[in-house]
Design a protein around this ligand. Structure first.
Ligand code: PLP
Length: 503
């Protein structure tokens, strides 16, 4: 399988090059597979019996040629990524539970208690594979509003490959104490942690520029690689949990393979949504893809009325991992909504967005967008309401992001308490409540938190609490500087760190 760019049909690269490059440096586009394989019903039936890592192997095999990663190597990568480090006391990597009439896919039983482990571990493993194979050094560059950073830290520490290092950035005071602790206790010679005095995606631009100038090239012995979900490896790997969730829902509901279900996704940068859309296009019987967002609601506004407009400010919320002003994967969604991937149109749309921060989605595309997606916008108070409802009615504690999705489902008319739903629906639970003590306490009270901690707290989480934090490097926002000016400074600081630390 070859990879092309959303913005140019002339780009045709190997999986290795797409994975190692992050962005398509020639045109600023995002990589997508040249075509999506179709999965028929008999294949779905066969796959429905696989373990999670077997399923991952079979899906990823379709996207990566054996010349790049052999069968045996892919098998061991999938085992290390989707089984090792996951909670072994559970029956599977991703348990799917029935709470009232709602199915919940608990994607958070990995080593950093978040669904990001499912995409990140395999991407890091594959990068490590390619680094070793070509004897080249890679520095991974990440900006995170919460869970990407810890997942990357853990994955890079675990890979323990002297050819692979990580520089991770998070917005100061905008991630939970627990998440910060996961970063600042990484204690690996291959990980450097930075906090910056800005909003959630303020490091995206500097990172994009560094990647454009120091990214992968065929003959350099060193390169920098982005592993946020603009990297195609992430949505590719995240296709797997959609197939998995589908199979479990069909099984639990006593349906035949081929019956349709709806899926509800707490949405930030739309990496997960992209995985869902690719799965649907491959033939997975998803009817609606429902997105739940907080008051940083660009995805909701776009789906409702075609206005893909960046808001003036990032709003603070209690579901910080989905505080996103411009979801970069929307570019892939647009690509898939044009007939057979119309690179030229996507390019002109995205350039317009980059120039003016505004894009009006034309009506033919908007119609298709609305046929596939629905959306709801959820306030902090409404998110609390869902946390309280699930706790009181089902004694089930969810994290704030999952609660956004649950509330969105309710707003979209799905019923948790009776079975009048036209189609079964599953909510993706993207993080463990253990990462969000403050929010869980605000919603459920001290008693609620302590009850959760006593009965459901992961063992790994207790270990983190015992560790001593190391102070991260700070990128300051000097008084009087504009965002653009400060981004230039941060870019230079990041470049200096990469050179000092890792070269
Ligand atoms: C990253 C994240 C999301 C959003 O996922 P996207 O793929 O960026 O849309 C949702 N919930 C949690 C807990 C996350 O960490």
């Amino acid at each position: 399988m070859k990879y092309t760019s959303t913005r140019s049909g002339e780009v045709c690269v190997s999986f290795e090059e797409a994975l190692c490059s992050g962005y398509s440096s020639k045109d600023g586009g995002l990589f997508v597979p040249e075509k999506l394989p179709s999965i028929d019903i008999p294949t779905l039936s066969a796959w429905s019996k696989f373990s999670f890592s077997e399923l991952a192997y079979n899906i990823l095999r379709l996207f990566i040629s054996p010349a790049e990663i052999s069968d045996a190597e892919l098998d061991s990568i999938c085992d290390a990524s989707f089984r090792q480090g996951f909670d072994e006391t559970l029956e599977s990597t991703v348990p799917v539970k029935k709470i009232g009439q709602m199915y919940v896919a608990e994607l958070f039983h990995g080593p950093t208690q978040c669904f990001k482990d499912l995409g990140m571990r395999v991407v890091v493993k594959m990068l490590s594979h390619f680094a070793t194979k070509s004897n080249r050094s890679i520095t991974l560059l990440v900006s995170t509003t919460g869970d990407t950073g810890p997942a990357a830290c853990q994955a890079v520490s675990d890979a323990n490959n002297r050819l692979m290092t990580l520089l991770v950035h998070y917005p100061n005071n905008q991630i939970s104490a627990y998440q910060r602790k996961q970063l600042t206790t990484a204690n690996s010679p291959y990980v450097h942690v930075v906090s910056f005095e800005g909003g959630g995606d303020d490091m995206d631009e500097p990172i994009k520029r560094i990647l454009a100038s120091s990214g992968y090239s065929q003959d350099s012995p060193f390169f920098v690689c982005g592993v946020n979900s603009f990297n195609i490896g992430r949505p590719l790997a995240q296709i797997v949990h959609f197939f998995w969730t589908y199979f479990r829902v069909v099984e639990l509901q006593g349906l035949e393979i081929g019956s349709f279900i709806d899926i509800v996704i707490p949405t930030g940068a739309m990496g997960n949504v992209t995985g869902a859309m690719m799965a649907k296009k491959m033939g997975l019987p998803f009817r609606k893809l429902c997105t739940g967002v907080n008051i940083n609601d660009i995805v909701h506004r776009t789906i409702q009325n075609g206005k893909f407009y960046k808001s003036a400010n990032m709003e603070k919320t209690m579901s910080e991992a989905i505080n996103v002003q411009v979801p970069y994967n929307f570019e892939r969604i647009l690509y898939y909504l044009t007939n057979n991937g119309d690179h030229e149109r996507v390019k002109s749309w995205m350039e317009q967005m980059e120039d003016t921060q505004k894009l009006d989605i034309e009506s033919s595309i908007l119609t298709k967008l609305q046929a596939t997606f629905s959306s709801a916008r959820v306030s902090d108070q409404e998110m609390f309401d869902s946390m309280i409802y699930l706790k009181e009615k089902f004694d089930y504690t969810v994290d704030p992001h999952t609660a956004v999705a649950v509330n969105a489902a309710t707003k979209l008319g799905y019923r948790i308490d009776d079975n009048t739903n036209e189609f079964p629906f599953a909510v993706l639970s993207t993080a463990s409540p253990c990462k969000f003590e403050e929010v869980v306490t605000s919603a459920l009270g001290k008693i609620g938190w302590e009850d959760y901690k006593k009965n459901h707290y992961p063992k790994k989480a207790l270990e983190i609490e015992m560790k001593v934090e190391q102070l991260p490097t700070l990128y300051q926002w000097k008084d009087g500087l504009s965002l653009e000016e400060v981004q230039k400074q941060w870019e230079k600081q990041a470049r200096d760190l990469i050179i000092e630390e890792f070269l």
